[in-house]
Design a protein around this ligand. Structure first.
Ligand code: GYE
Length: 329
C-alpha cells in the first residue's frame, strides 16, 4: 500500500499529464473545434435481417462508418419494434452524437423520439419513414422513393400488356404498415387505376420474407392458376413465389409475368434468364450518404428533410443487361 504523501504525488502527476495531453491535443484551437474533431459516435438501430437487401444494407452502413472514421454502435432489432425502442433508449443512455433509425413500421415512435430530442440527439431516418405528430422529432430521411418504385412497376406492366384484353394480378406485399409496403402499393395502383383491363385479384402480405412469399403463392395457386401477373414487393418473396409457381408446372416469366422490387443479384440473374420480367431497383447501398449526413448533424449543421437515392428499373426490354456491373447485394 503506498503511503498518503506518495498517493498525493501520484495524483498530482496524473493531473499534470492530463493538462499536458489536453494542451497538446488542442494545438491552441478553440474548444468547439476540439469537439468536431473527436470521433463521432452513432447508434444505428437496424430493423432486422429479413432479406438479402437488409443484410446488404447493414454491411454497407458498417463499412461506410469505418471508411468515414465514425464509431458505430449497431443493434439488430430482429423484426420487433419494441427492440428498436429499447435500442434507441440505450443509445440515449450512452449519449451518442447521432442516432440512425431504420424503422420497421411507420407508427409508434412519438414517445421515444421525444426522449431523444430532449437529450439533444438528432435522429436520421434511413431506408423507411415514420408518421409522427411533430415532424421535428427527426432531422431528415435518407432512402428510396417507394412511391416512384410502385409507379415504375405499373409503367412496365402497361407497356408489357398493352394489347392484353384482361390482366389478372396477384400482389404479394411487404411488412404491413411499413413505408415500402404502403407506397409500392399506392404507386402501382396510381398507374393502372382507370384502366378496367387491370384487376388485382388478391393482395396478401408476405412480410418481405422468402419463406412467406413461397407460402402465400402456394395458397393462391390452390385457389386459381388463372393468374397473368405477380407483383411482389421484394426479391426475397419473389424467389420464394417462383419456387411455388414452378412446383405447379407453370413457367415464371412466360405463363406469369413477374415484377419484383430491390435488384438483388439473384433477381437480376433470373431477369437475364427470362424467369423475371421486371426488376424495380431499390438500393440498400446508402451507407456513404448516411455518413455524410451524420457528420453534418454531429456538427450541428442542417440537412435536407428528404434525400432520395437514384434508382431505375431493369426490364426484359433493356439491351444492356449483360453489361450491368455486379450489384453488390
Ligand atoms: O425492399 C426489402 C427489405 O425497406 C426498402 O425492406 C426496404 C425493404 C426492401 O426487407 O427487401
Amino acid at each position: 500500500m503506498p503511503n498518503r504523501p506518495s498517493r498525493i504525488a501520484a495524483l498530482c502527476l496524473l493531473l499534470i499529464c492530463a493538462l499536458f495531453t489536453t494542451a497538446c491535443g488542442t494545438n491552441g484551437k478553440p474548444p468547439e473545434s476540439i469537439a468536431s474533431e473527436r470521433t463521432i459516435l452513432v447508434g444505428f438501430s437496424q430493423l432486422g435481417a429479413e432479406s438479402g437487401w437488409r443484410v446488404g444494407n447493414t454491411r454497407d452502413v458498417i463499412a461506410a462508418a469505418e471508411r468515414a472514421g465514425v464509431r458505430l454502435m449497431y443493434l439488430n432489432a430482429e423484426q420487433a419494434q419494441e427492440n428498436q425502442i429499447k435500442a434507441i433508449r440505450s443509445f440515449i443512455a450512452y449519449q451518442v452524437d447521432v442516432i440512425t433509425l431504420a424503422p420497421i413500421v411507420e407508427e409508434g415512435w412519438d414517445t421515444v423520439l421525444r426522449e431523444a430530442k430532449d437529450a439533444g440527439i438528432p435522429v436520421l431516418l434511413t431506408d423507411r419513414a415514420i408518421s409522427v405528430e411533430d415532424e421535428n422529432l427527426f432531422a431528415g430521411f435518407l432512402g428510396s422513393d417507394f412511391l416512384e418504385e410502385g409507379r415504375r412497376a405499373g409503367r412496365f406492366l402497361l407497356e408489357k400488356t398493352k394489347d392484353a384484353p384482361l390482366v389478372r394480378i396477384v400482389e404479394i406485399s411487404g411488412t404491413i404498415n411499413s413505408t415500402p409496403m404502403k407506397q409500392r402499393a399506392i404507386g402501382f395502383r396510381e398507374i393502372l387505376d382507370g384502366d378496367p383491363r387491370y384487376e388485382i385479384i388478391t393482395s396478401v402480405s408476405g412480410d418481405f420474407l422468402r419463406s412467406k412469399g413461397k407460402e402465400c403463392m402456394e395458397n393462391i395457386l390452390k385457389e386459381t392458376i388463372d393468374i397473368d401477373v405477380l407483383y411482389s414487393h421484394n426479391d426475397a418473396m419473389t424467389l420464394g413465389a417462383i419456387e411455388a409457381i414452378e412446383a405447379v408446372g407453370l413457367r415464371p416469366g412466360e405463363d406469369i409475368i413477374i415484377i419484383t422490387v430491390d435488384g438483388e443479384q439473384g433477381a437480376i440473374d433470373l431477369l437475364k434468364e427470362g424467369r423475371i420480367n421486371c426488376v424495380v431497383e431499390c438500393t440498400p447501398l446508402i451507407g456513404d450518404m448516411a455518413m455524410e449526413l451524420v457528420k453534418k448533424l454531429a456538427a450541428g449543421e442542417p440537412i435536407p428533410r428528404v434525400t432520395y437515392s437514384r434508382e431505375r428499373a431493369f426490364t426484359e426490354f433493356d439491351d444492356d443487361l449483360d453489361a450491368l456491373p455486379a450489384r453488390g447485394y
